[in-house]
Design a protein around this ligand. Structure first.
Ligand SMILES: C[S@@+](CC[C@H](N)C(=O)[O-])C[C@H]1O[C@@H](n2cnc3c(N)ncnc32)[C@H](O)[C@@H]1O
Length: 257
C-alpha cells in the first residue's frame, strides 16, 4: 500500500461535502469546483489519508476506489448508478479476464464499473451510435486510468454485433428488444445478458423477444435502496430517497434442445 502520492498516480480529492474529484498527477491542469485551477503535480509527495488545503478548501486525498471513480463521472445522458451497476456485475458474473460488450456507452459510468471488474486481462467493447457520447465517455474513462481495458465502436448494436463468444452483453439503449437476435449470436453458451430500461413497456418487449430465443433464467428486478440517517436523536430513513432508476432484465444463453 502506497503511503505518499507518487508521480503518475491517479488520486481522488474528497471535500467536506463528500464531493469527489479524480485527478491525474500527470495532467497539466485540473479544475476543481470552488477552488479553480489546480496544478496536479503539486499533489506529489502528499500523504494518502490526510486532509490538505487547496485554495481555501479542505480535501482528503486517497487512491480512488471504483465507487469514487463512478461518483466523479461527468454526466450527459442518464447514467447507470452504482447500486444498479453492482447488481449487473454479480448477476452477469462479470470477472477478471472476460470480454464484455456494452451498448450504448453514454457517459461511460457503467463502462468504468465493467472495466474495473474485467481488468487486468479482460476487455470491454462499447458500441454507441453517437460519436459525441463516445468522446465524452472516453474523457471520463481516461480520468480513471481504465482506458486500456475499453475499446469503442461507432455502431448501432441493433444492426450488427461483430464480436463472438462474448461472456456478457449489457444494453442501456431505448430499444433493446431489437438487438436480441444479435445478442444471442454473439454470446458464448452460458453467457449472460442484461438490459437496463426505465419503462415497463420496454421490459415487456425485451422479455417477449428473449422468450423467442434460447435463453434461460429470464428475470426482471427493480432495486430500491433506502439510506438510514443515524444521529444522536435517533435513526430514520433519509428524506432524500432516490426513487425509480430502471428495471434490470437478465437472461442466460443456452442451445436449442
Ligand atoms: C442512457 S445512455 C447510456 C448510459 C450509460 N449506461 C452510462 O452508465 O453512462 C444511452 C446511450 O445509448 C446510445 N444508443 C442508443 N441507441 C443505440 C444503439 N442502437 N446502438 C448503440 N448505442 C445506442 C445513445 O447514443 C446513448 O449514448
Amino acid at each position: 500500500m502506497k503511503k505518499y502520492v507518487e508521480k503518475n498516480d491517479v488520486v481522488v480529492l474528497i471535500d467536506s461535502n463528500f464531493r469527489k474529484y479524480i485527478v491525474d498527477t500527470n495532467s497539466k491542469t485540473d479544475k476543481i469546483k470552488g477552488v479553480g485551477v489546480l496544478d496536479p503535480s503539486s499533489l506529489i509527495g502528499k500523504e494518502y489519508g490526510k486532509q490538505l488545503e487547496i485554495g481555501n478548501k479542505q480535501f482528503w486525498i486517497l487512491l480512488p476506489s471504483v465507487q469514487d471513480k463512478l461518483q466523479s463521472v461527468h454526466r450527459r445522458a442518464q447514467i447507470i448508478l452504482p447500486r444498479d451497476a453492482a447488481h449487473i456485475l454479480i448477476n452477469c458474473s462479470i470477472e477478471s479476464g472476460q470480454h464484455v460488450l456494452e451498448g450504448g456507452i453514454g457517459s461511460g459510468s457503467l463502462t468504468i464499473a465493467l472495466a474495473s471488474a474485467v481488468a487486468p486481462n479482460g476487455k470491454i467493447i462499447s458500441y454507441d451510435v453517437r460519436e459525441d457520447f463516445i468522446e465524452h465517455a472516453l474523457k471520463n474513462i481516461r480520468k480513471t486510468g481504465l482506458e486500456q481495458y475499453v475499446s469503442t465502436k461507432l455502431k448501432d448494436i441493433t444492426k450488427e454485433i461483430e464480436e463472438k463468444e462474448l461472456d456478457a452483453i449489457i444494453l442501456d439503449i431505448p430499444n433493446p428488444w431489437e438487438a436480441i437476435e444479435n445478442v444471442w449470436n454473439a454470446l458464448k453458451v452460458g453467457g449472460y445478458f442484461c438490459s437496463y430500461s426505465p419503462l415497463i413497456s420496454q421490459v415487456e418487449k425485451t422479455v417477449k423477444e428473449l422468450r423467442k430465443h434460447s435463453f434461460i433464467e429470464i428475470k426482471t428486478f427493480e432495486n430500491i435502496q433506502r439510506e438510514m440517517v443515524v444521529s444522536i436523536h435517533g435513526t430514520r430513513p433519509s428524506f432524500d430517497m432516490l426513487g425509480h432508476t430502471g428495471y434490470l432484465t437478465f437472461a442466460r444463453k443456452i442451445l436449442q434442445s
